[in-house]
Each structure stands twice: as C-alpha cells, then as structure tokens.
Design a protein around this ligand. Structure first.
Ligand code: GCW
Length: 680
C-alpha cells in the first residue's frame, strides 16, 4: 500500500552515517499547508529510513547540522543565506534547488513556491532512498514538462473503465467514497513523482457524472482540497451535451448564445467552489460521445466555446484527438482509422484559442503494444498539445502480465518527427520548446484502483512511478527509473534489484513477442480486450483489421496502393514507412500487406518470424517466473507471493497466445515451421 513511499530502512554503513549526521534536525519556518505537508513527509521518511527522530530547529545549538526547507521568500534565514540572487533566478515556479552548505551547517532545500519545496523534499528523500552522497549537493531542478497529468477513467458507480486494480477509490455506488485518507495517500504518491494535474472522472461522461460541475461540486471541491496540498490541480471530464442534459437549453451547439452562457455560468460556479480548478477534459464526437459535429461545427468551434468560458479564471480545455469513425464497414478498404486524428485536426492547426490543448494519443490507433508514433506530432505548428499515454495496460496484459512501459514511452518521446529541421523529437514538441507553446506536457490514463497495492500487479506500480518521473524529466533512462522504483519499494539488496530490473526491462519485448508480431494489433477478444483472438476485430466496425488470408497479412497504408497514411509523416519518415524495403521490421505489417514468405531485414520470413517469436516469447515468460523464484526468501513473503501468482498466470496465458497465433497462421498459410515444433 505504501508503494514507493514505504521508506525501507537503509543499510548500516558510511552513507547511512552520513545521513544520520545531516538529517537529525530540520529547520522550517513556514506555516503554509504544502510546506507543512513537505515537512510531514520528511519526518516520515527519515524516521523510517534512518530510525532516528528528527529534532526541530529551535532545540538545536547553532553549530549543529540540519536540513533547512523553505521558499526563498519564506523568512527562513538559512534558505536566505545559502541561496543568492543568481541561484534563485534559475529556479522556476515548480522547481527547486538543493545545496549542502558547510558554511551554514545545513542542506538547504529552497524553492520559489511551496510546491517546489515539496518536490525538493521528495527529491532529497529519493537521494537517500537510492543511497546517493549528500555532502556536496548543489543542484537546481526544474520540471521539463509543464503539464504532468493523470486521467482517471473512474465512473460514479465505482467501476473503472479499463481498470485492472479493483474499483474506484473516489466513488462507489453513485456516491463519493469520502475516503480522504486514501485520496491523500494517492496525492502523496503522485506528487512524489511530480504529477501536477489529475482529472478524476472518465472521459466517457455518463448521466450522473455530467452533474459533477453542478450538483456534486461540493464533494468535488473537497477532493480538490486534498490534491491542492500536494500541488495537484483538479480537472473534470465534461459532457459536451451538458447544457441539454440539465434540460435548461435545448441544444449543445457551440455557436448558440444560450449554450455559451450556460457554460460561462458553470465556469463561474466551479471557480467559486474551486478557485484553482484546472479545467475540462473533453472527449467529443468520439465513440458515440456528443460533440460539435452534430451541429455542423468543427472541433475548434467546440473547444473554443469551452475555452472562452474558462479563460477569465485561467482554466484550460484539454480536447482529445481520439476522433475516428467507429462505425466503419469492414469491407471498405479506403477508410483508415489510423489516418483519422491527423485528417480531423491538421486542418484546424492555429484555430484554437491559446487556453486549449489538444491531447493526442501516442499512436494513431489505440495504445497497442506496438504502433508507430502519431503523425499529428510534427503536423501541428500553432497548437498547444500534450501526448496521451496509457498506464493502464488495456492492450498490454491488463496488469496480469508484467509489461514495463517506460521503454515504449521513451521510444515515442525520442521519435524524430522531422518537423523543424534535423532534431525535432516528440519530446521537444510536448515540452513546448519546439514551437514555443504556451501550454504543453504529458497526460496518461491511470492504472490505479482500490486494490491494496494500487495497481493489481505489484510490478505495474513501476509504470505509475515511471510515468510521473518521465513526465518530469524525459531524459531519465528506463533503467534509471526502474532502479529508483526498486530501491524505494524493495530496499537496497543488489541481487533483488538486478533480478527485478531485468524482469521489468525485458517485459515489453517479451509481451510483444508472444502477442503482436510486426506491428499487427487487435488480435484480441472484443470488448474486454484480454487474451488472443486473431479475428476478434477482423469483421467489426472499429477499423481494426489485419487482412490475413492464405497468402499474406498486413495493412497496406502506402501511397501507391494503400490508404496513403504513410504520407502523413514528414520527409524521411514518410519515405521510410512507405517503402517495403526500408520499413522497420517491427512495423512492417502496420504499413504493408506482404506474403508470408516475405523476407524481413532479420533474414527470416514473416511466417517464420511469427512462429519463432511466439515460441521464444512463451519460453521467456516462463523464465520470468523462474527469475522471480530466485527471490524467494529475500523479499517480504506477501509481496513475493502476489507477484509469483501473476507470473504463473502470465506464463500459462503466454502459451495460449503462442498456440492460438501459431495455429491460426499455420492453418491460413499452410507453411510448416522450419524447426518443426508443435503447432496444433
Ligand atoms: O482504448 C479505448 C478504450 C475505451 C476508451 C477509449 C478512449 C474511455 O477501449 O474504453 O474510452 O479508448 O480513449 O476514449
């Protein structure tokens, strides 16, 4: 339950002695709630890690060592003497500086704002928890991304759409749970990774949730109060048809004056209750949700209308680009879902108000285990945008399989869009630096629920932790992040760390290899999306096809003979994806329809690749279990057992994947496995 804030005791030794020497006393002079929350966290961490009590400053003799915590303007003389003008200038609103000062006998954690102080304290605690030297600290740290957001898909009835960790801890049975203790612990966890924005309800806004901005505002406001302590702004997903829902206005047409003033009144009420309310998240004209299309308006009309209502209060509209035709005829080979976001939003570039942010899923389809980067990144030059990841493992094992997603997210963030000369990686688009956006950042769908360990699979906590850390600083490596999470969660044993790190770092590749070969997705059971079903979505309306027949497989998205999707990329990316010769193996079937005998860059045929990866993947899933087994006795028994159970399930399920996929393609193609392994 305490996850990475459990503060396991640190091993005896030189570093631990160093910490005891410096951290035995703390100097805090500010009464601000967030600074006090930072102090409480500091005390908690020190007591647990070092087994010492922290003395308050006043009781100390002048020469004694201590940690000083505060804002630059907050009246703490130690902070004032350690940090000079030049230091202070480098620290941004949410950033902090930490310096060990021999002159002043202290480690000073200074920031421009209370939340910066909090982040600084979490940082220092993390340095201890990962056994770093603290005697010569001198760092200034600012978050790279402005918006670092979590989207909940929690429903008022307590269910969580695509939730794999129990039920909501915000709601149950169309009531607020009122479980403020849990919500506060959640806020601590999120804040410790750097999260600063959370939308607490599902983007599919149902009837009762539509009333979160009216009838239920008081309860929503009390959740905002808890988040505020930890520097997190609360957002709500809203129903675009809200004005009609309450029966006051007969339309939701964004250009209708009655609709506009309805939203303006709502905004006034919301800010009355929650003065620092973040804004709205909107899923419109997407998967049967209402939107501006009904009225012949475009998405700029819709988003701008809401933005106008929030503007006087500094609120923002986060408008999702997950807009596509979900009633496609599978016989129609011209419509290509992958094209949809670009086709809808590229023409609107520059038309959005500057408090609108477009939220773009990382790929053009939907959080598959492998898909290319959305070509909208690079295409929008005059529009605020955030990328949307999915921490919830909807298509990556549903938190029953281990799948550490940080390497996938890193790959996406590093992708060079070619948008502006040589180096235009996605990470510089979403951090706002490439186009100089007013707002930018990263959002992701949460993977938590009311399970005791928050995420169902204990190892899925690494995704939650890793997401926050990556949003704070995309330069951190997947290895570093895994290392931090392991040390903070399980303590300092190097063998344990090596084993868990290896499991995490290999897990995405393993999951991909026994499920989705070469960029083909959607071979899953409809609706719940768990487990293999090669044709599960083949004759559906959702635009999700692989077109496997007796000769070959894959979607032709080339310009010459396909849907032309490849041309949505810029320069060499378009050329590379369009070319059968140059297209990277891992995305081959996303862009091309090829015979099973097509030879990959790896030298194997497509069909042999499918067989080999599926056999190897299932075997490697089995090995994960053995690896974990090596930790028996060195971990807390309950933690050991819960992961072991999941890994057993994964190993068995990986075999099911292997056999269904291999058998399907063997029957379709009639081509034997070169190694003559068992295919049914
Ligand atoms: O991945 C799909 C999910 C839906 C989800 C939708 C979205 C919230 O299967 O459950 O709806 O994406 O992102 O809006």
């Amino acid at each position: 339950y305490s996850a990475w804030l459990g503060y396991p005791p640190l091993p005896q030794g030189r570093l631990q002695e160093q910490y005891v020497k410096w951290c035995g006393a703390v100097s805090v002079t500010e009464a601000d709630d967030t600074v006090q929350a930072a102090l409480a966290e500091w005390n908690k961490g020190i007591v647990a890690m070092l087994a010492i009590q922290v003395q308050a400053d006043q009781e100390l003799s002048t020469g004694a060592l201590r940690v000083a915590i505060g804002t630059f303007g907050g009246g703490n003389t130690l902070i004032r003497s350690v940090f000079k003008e030049a230091d202070i200038r480098k620290v941004e609103r949410e950033g902090f500086a930490i310096r060990t000062s021999a002159d002043h006998n202290c480690i000073a954690v200074g920031a421009a704002s209370p939340v910066g102080v909090l982040y600084g304290v979490f940082h220092l605690l993390r340095l201890l928890g990962t056994l770093q030297e603290i005697e010569e600290l001198d760092v200034t740290v600012n978050p790279v991304n402005g918006l670092r957001m979590i989207n909940h898909w929690d429903n008022f009835d307590g269910s969580v759409e695509r939730g794999y960790a129990g039920r909501s801890f915000f709601y149950e049975n169309n009531r607020f749970t009122g479980d403020m203790g849990r919500i506060r612990d959640y806020a601590r966890l999120m804040s410790s990774t750097g999260i600063n924005a959370i939308a607490i309800n599902n983007v599919n806004v149902h009837a009762l949730e539509t009333l979160f901005i009216s009838e239920y505002l008081p309860e929503v406001a009390s959740i905002a109060d808890v988040f505020r302590l930890y520097g997190i702004r609360l957002f709500l997903s809203v129903n675009f048809a809200g004005p009609m829902h309450e029966g006051e206005v007969g339309t939701a047409d964004p250009l209708d004056p009655g609709v506009r003033s309805w939203w303006q009144r709502k905004a006034a009420d919301i800010y009355q209750a929650i003065p620092d309310f973040g804004g709205f998240v909107v899923k419109a004209d997407s998967e049967n949700r209402p939107g501006p299309f009904t009225y012949g308006r475009d998405h700029a009309d819709g988003a701008n209308m809401l933005a106008e209502a929030l503007e006087p209060y500094g609120g923002i509209v986060i408008w999702r680009c997950f807009v596509y035709n979900c009633k496609q005829d599978w016989r129609d080979r011209k419509t290509d879902r992958a094209r949809a976001a670009y086709d809808h939003f590229k023409p609107l570039d520059g038309k959005f108000k500057d408090n609108v942010i477009l939220q773009i899923k990382n790929g053009p389809m939907d959080f598959q285990v492998r898909e290319p980067v959305s070509p909208l990144f690079g295409a929008l030059e005059r529009t605020n945008q955030v990328i949307e990841f999915q921490i919830a493992q909807e298509y990556t094992g549903q938190q029953r399989h281990v799948c550490y997603l940080v390497p996938q997210w890193k790959e996406v963030l590093e992708f060079n869009t070619n948008a502006k000369g040589e180096a235009s990686p996605v990470k510089h688009i979403v951090d706002g630096s490439l186009w100089g956006n007013r707002y930018s950042g990263i959002a992701a769908v949460s993977n938590v629920g009311n399970d005791l360990n928050w995420t169902g699979h204990l190892l899925a906590q690494a995704n939650l932790y890793g997401y926050g850390r990556l949003a704070w600083n995309p330069e951190l490596s997947a290895e570093e992040i895994a290392g931090e999470w392991i040390a903070l969660t399980f303590g300092q044993d190097p063998t344990t760390a090596a084993v868990i790190s290896r499991i995490l770092l290999d897990s995405w590749e393993i999951y991909e290899s026994y499920t989705a070969p070469l960029g083909v997705g959607w071979m899953i059971n409809p609706e719940h999306h768990y487990g293999p079903n090669v044709d599960g979505y083949e004759y559906s309306q959702w635009g999700t096809y692989h077109y496997a027949d007796n000769c070959g497989i894959g979607v032709d998205r080339t310009v010459q003979s396909g849907t032309g999707y490849s041309s949505q990329y810029i320069g060499s990316n378009a050329a590379r994806y369009d070319s059968l010769e140059e297209c990277p193996d891992e995305l081959l079937l996303f862009f091309h329809h090829v015979p099973y005998t097509h030879v990959l860059h790896s030298g194997k045929t497509v069909i042999q690749h499918i067989y080999d990866t599926h056999f190897a993947g299932a075997e490697r899933a089995e090995e994960l279990l053995a690896l974990w087994g090596s930790l028996q006795g060195s971990l807390r028994e309950d933690l050991y057992v819960q992961v072991e159970e999941r890994l057993q399930g994964q190993a068995a399920h990986a075999k099911e994947w292997r056999d269904q996929i291999n058998t399907y393609f063997f029957r379709k193609s009639g081509i034997m496995d070169a190694s003559q392994r068992t295919i049914y």
